[in-house]
Design a protein around this ligand. Sequence first.
Ligand code: NAD
Ligand code: DAU
Length: 350
Amino acid sequence: MKKILITGGAGFIGSHVVRRFVNTYPDYEIVNLDALTYAGNLANLGDIQDKDNYRFVKMDITDAPAISELFEQEDFDAVIHLAAESHVDRSIADPTAFVMTNVIGTVNLLNAARENWKGSYDKKRFYHVSTDEVYGALGEEGMFTETTSYDPHSPYSASKASSDHFVRAYHDTYGMDCVISNCSNNYGSHHFPEKLIPLAINNIKNNKPVPVYGKGENVRDWLWVEDHARAIDVIFHQSKTGDTYNIGGHNEWKNIDLIHLLCEIMDQKLGRAAGESAKLITYVTDRAGHDLRYAIDSSKLQKQLDWVPSLQFEEGLAKTVDWYLQNEEWLNNVTSGNYQSYYQKQYENK
Ligand code: NAD
Ligand code: DAU
C-alpha cells in the first residue's frame, strides 16, 4: 500500500488516524481530504503538517465531480473513510445534512473508487469507519456482535447504517475490497466540545452547568481514541476482504457515574474542594429517541487480530483532562463563534 486517502482527517478520530499512519509508515503517502466543517480543524495536525509523506486537500465529499476528478488524478491504493457528520443532537435538528455527507458522500467515494480502480479491485482497499449506533439500543443485558441486526434510531445512526449497507453492496455487487469497523464511543484529545466528555470538561472548568440528559442512566462503552486508531491500523492491514470488526473498550459507564468521576478528577486538577464541581451537575430534558445502552463485543478483533485496549478509563480520563487544561487556546478557538449559537439553541429550552 503506497498512497492512502484518509477522509475526515481534520476531525477528532481522523486526526489521530492520520497522525498514526504518517508517523508509523514513512513510506506511505497520506492524503488527508476534509471539507473543514465546524468539526474539522487543521490545528489538530499541527505536529505532522510539514512531514514529507503528508498532504492536505480541502474538498467536500458531497461534490461528486470534484471527488471523481481527484481519483482520476491520484492513483490511490486505498481509502480510509472517516468524514461524516457525527453528532446525534445535530442530526435530530437537521437530518438532511447527515444524509448528504454520510450517505451521498460515501456513495460518491465508492463510485469514484469503482470507476478508477476497475481491473485492480484485488489490489485496492476501501475501509469504512462506522459506529456501534447502527445496531440500535441494548437493554440491561447483552452486547452487540458483528452479526447483530441493524436497528438504528437517530437520523445520525440511520445515515451511518445506510452508508454501511452501501459499502457492503459495493463489495457484494462489484467485487470491490471493502472492510467496515463499528466502534463504540471514543474519548481523548481533540474531541469537539459538543460531545459529552469535552463539553463537561469545558463547563466544569468555566463553572457552568453540566447538562445531563434525562436521569443520566444511559450507558456508553468508552474507548481511548488512540486505541481506535490502532485498531483501524490493524484491521486495515490484516483483515480479509468484505470483513467487519466491532471495536470497543469493554468499559461501560452510566453517564451520571462518568460525570461524577470527571468532577472528582477536575476537583483535584483545579485544586477545588472535593464535591465542588459535582454541584454543577444539572439534569435537563432527555434527548429524543435516546438509546439506553451500547456495549460492544470486540472478541473477534481480539482473537483474530490480537488487538486489546491499552488504557484503563480512569487513567485515560485524567490524561484527557490534562490535555484540555493544557490546550486552552485550542479550546477557546473551537468554542468561539458558531459554537456559542449552537450551544444556546441546543440547551436553551432544556
Ligand atoms: P468529527 O465530527 O470530529 O470529524 C468529522 C470530520 O469530517 C471533520 O473534520 C469534518 O470537517 C469532516 N467532514 C464532515 N463533512 C464532510 C464532508 N461533506 N466532506 C469532507 N469532510 C467532511 O467526527 P469523529 O468523531 O472524529 O468521527 C469520525 C468517524 O468515526 C465518523 O465516520 C463517525 O461516524 C465515526 N465514529 C465516531 C465515534 C466517536 O465516538 N466519535 C465512534 C465510532 C465511529
Ligand atoms: O457510540 C458511538 C457514537 O458515540 C459515535 O458514533 C458518535 O459519532 C459519537 O458522537 C457518540 O455518540 P453519543 O450520542 O453516544 O455521544 P455524546 O457524547 O453526544 O453523548 C454521550 C452520552 O451522553 C449520551 O447518552 C447522551 C449524553 N449527553 C450528551 C450530551 C452532549 C448528556 O447527557 N448531555 C450532553 O450535554
